[in-house]
Design a protein around this ligand. Structure first.
Ligand code: ZN
Length: 372
């Protein structure tokens, strides 16, 4: 059992009090009195926030999910040290044998607790069912979506999110089948039109992958996939490293998309010095706070969720309470998880405890202390 005393961010707002996890790793007692955010930010006590949830993680600590072996565990430990308590291991567009290898290595992490690392909730399959014309940093192993391949992988490790380009081949027609398999479909790496985006949402797609990046842009006479997202999306992910998206574009998206949430899209270079790293079958270079292909294309990030939180508060200007929803609660909501992403009795005791400068002091995953 773990105990925290100090400021606690609950779904009803901040309180000052005490939180205990029970023997099963869930939140038991939660008692205290309400306080306002200015008191919390001015105070010297620790602030317990819902642990961060990152639905788009390729790597960290020098390891890439596509490596297989214990890469995902190393990646999950690195991100846990930055306050992430659950994540989706995210695969790259790759030949089938590479995906098979990555999925086989992920299976034990998806089904077992107690690794003293961020909990791997499943897989985000990013490609290979994307547009050859909007690869971003994805290697060119694209192919049309194939239900048999997806079902086979899904049986090895659960696919929670799948990014596809709806305009490719018959991808659009498969969205309803994927939703029936309890896989959330996100639109991304796409040249699709506004109309194709709207149609994909009607078919059951529920999100957009790194909004603005690697998708058809908004033009007022040709609103593109970005226009479809801004006009119709309930959920979309965005990368708040201040390199992928200008803060002004983030503010515009925040006004348009009710549950815009943050992901890192982090690579092996996260938590590592400048140098060369693997991203799927690409070699990428970390320098000047970014990760790029040799031609300069941004190739994922070195972002961690604690830095994402600070960027939302310090640069974009969100309250800590609103920023918390965008690094935790809305991601849980998108996956349909009511027992993560919020500090309430019965929910998992997943906590990121930060100081007044929003630096991570302590992290709990399912009640277990993984960073002190
Ligand atoms: Zn990615």
């Amino acid at each position: 059992m773990s105990v925290f005393e100090g400021f606690i961010l609950t779904p009803k707002g901040f309180m000052e009090g005490r939180l205990e996890s029970d023997a099963s790793g869930r939140i038991g007692a939660l008692v205290g009195h309400a306080v306002d955010e200015s008191t919390v930010r001015a105070g010297g006590a620790g602030i317990a926030m819902p642990g961060f949830i990152d639905l788009h993680v390729h790597g960290g600590a020098g390891h890439d999910i596509m490596e297989g072996g214990d890469a995902a565990l190393q990646v999950s430990r690195l991100h846990a040290s930055h306050g992430t308590t659950s994540l989706l291991a995210t695969t790259m567009t790759a030949p089938q044998e590479d995906l098979d290898l990555a999925f086989a290595a992920l299976a034990p992490l998806c089904f077992q607790r107690g690794h003293y690392a961020a909990r791997v909730l499943g897989v985000h399959l990013e490609g290979p069912y994307i547009s050859e014309a909007r690869l971003g940093a994805q290697p060119a192993f694209v192919r049309p979506a194939n239900l048999a391949e997806i079902a086979r992988l899904h049986a090895v490790a659960p696919i929670r999110l799948l990014t596809l380009a709806p305009e490719v081949s018959n991808n659009q027609a498969l969205i309803a089948d994927l939703v029936a398999m309890e896989i959330r479909v996100q639109l991304g790496h796409t040249t699709g039109t506004y109309e194709q985006g709207v149609q994909a949402l009607r078919c059951g797609a529920t999100g957009f992958t790194h909004l603005f990046n690697a998708m058809s842009a908004l033009h007022h006479r040709d609103p593109g996939m970005v226009g479809a997202a801004l006009a119709h999306a309930e959920y979309a992910e965005i990368i708040p490293d201040l390199l992928h998206v200008h803060p002004g574009a983030m503010r515009a998206a925040l006004r348009a998309i009710p549950r815009l949430y943050c992901v890192t899209d982090s690579t092996a270079a996260a938590g590592m010095p400048d140098g060369d790293y693997q991203l799927g079958r690409h070699t990428v270079t970390k320098c000047l706070g970014g990760v790029r292909l040799p031609d300069g294309t941004l190739a994922g990030s070195v972002l961690t969720m604690d830095a994402a939180l600070r960027n939302l508060v310090d640069t974009v200007g969100l309250t800590l309470q609103d920023a918390s929803r965008r690094v935790s609660t809305f991601a849980a909501d998108h996956l349909g998880l009511q027992d993560r992403g919020r500090l309430a009795p019965g929910a998992w005791a997943d906590l990121a405890i930060v100081d007044r400068d929003l630096q991570v002091q302590q992290v709990w995953v399912e009640g277990a202390l993984v960073k002190r």
